[in-house]
Ligand binder design. Structure first.
Ligand code: PEP
Length: 249
């Protein structure tokens, strides 16, 4: 049985104090279910969030990390630094990192290896741009993104991988993939996993959908058989809204 997951990516939003307000609201509103809940605050609020959520089943993820352990990389954070404060999950491959920080598939493959070597679980984002979808190339683009960054991994490593299909044209735009488009891509991803590994692996990897998910469209998207929850951006910044998305599963 695949895990259902709802993760909130705060991006570069919320300072220390507004993070504290958000997390205490979340604690008050949250009722534990079988759905796993993850929040991904900025680095400056990770430790605070972890401390506040101690004893709760809500997990805390980082939004990025460097692939090297230490060195002269001003402004960067390593996997072992994340581990040292208790972070055990990281988002890698988000389209904003790919677009604004030139993160390539081969760089992401290195980050993936480093995270796994440290025992850090990965929410790996991938997805096509509008031009790819318009030209009907979305399946090929996605296949290559997965192949280049992840398919060198042994089967066992997939226990620590969560996939997040995020069509770039739907991120922060208010435009959502239709539930059918999401289902079609998620089924395609499972088929690629099955061909490259095994049907049993394809069956157990959680594949989240991300791209303008809100409380009013979450239920329909999450009801699709190959959609195992969502990675939420804008709508995860408001605790009530985030909770209603979690409850949509
Ligand atoms: C995201 O950035 O991961 C995302 C899905 O953003 P939004 O929900 O705002 O489209």
């Amino acid at each position: 049985m695949r895990k259902q997951i709802v993760a909130g990516n705060w991006k570069m939003n919320k300072d220390y104090f507004s993070s504290e307000i958000f997390v205490s609201k979340l604690i008050n509103l949250y009722k534990k279910t079988d759905t796993e809940v993850i929040i991904a605050p900025p680095f400056t609020s990770l430790r605070l969030s972890l401390n506040m959520l101690k004893g709760s089943s809500i997990d805390v993820a980082a939004q990025n990390m460097h692939f090297l352990e230490s060195g002269p990389f001003t402004g960067e954070i390593s996997a072992s630094m994340l581990k040292s404060i208790g972070v055990d999950t990281v988002i890698l491959g988000h389209s904003e990192r790919r677009t604004y920080f030139n993160e390539t598939d081969s760089l992401l493959a290195k980050k993936v290896d480093t995270a796994l070597a440290q025992g850090i679980r990965i929410i790996f984002c991938f997805g096509e741009e509008l031009i790819d979808r318009k030209s009907g190339n979305q399946n090929l683009v996605v296949k290559n993104q997965l192949k280049n960054a992840l398919f060198h991994l042994p089967k066992i490593a997939w226990d620590k991988i969560i996939l997040a299909y995020e069509p770039v044209w739907a991120i922060g735009t208010g435009e959502t993939a239709t539930p059918e488009q999401a289902q079609e891509m998620h089924a395609h991803v499972r088929e690629i996993l099955s061909n490259n590994y095994s049907s049993d692996l394809a069956d157990r990897v959680s594949v989240l959908y991300g791209g303008s998910v809100k409380s009013d469209n979450a239920k329909e998207i999450f009801s699709k058989p190959d959609v195992d929850g969502g990675l939420i951006g804008g709508a995860a910044l408001d605790a009530e809204h985030f909770i209603s998305i979690i409850n949509a599963i």
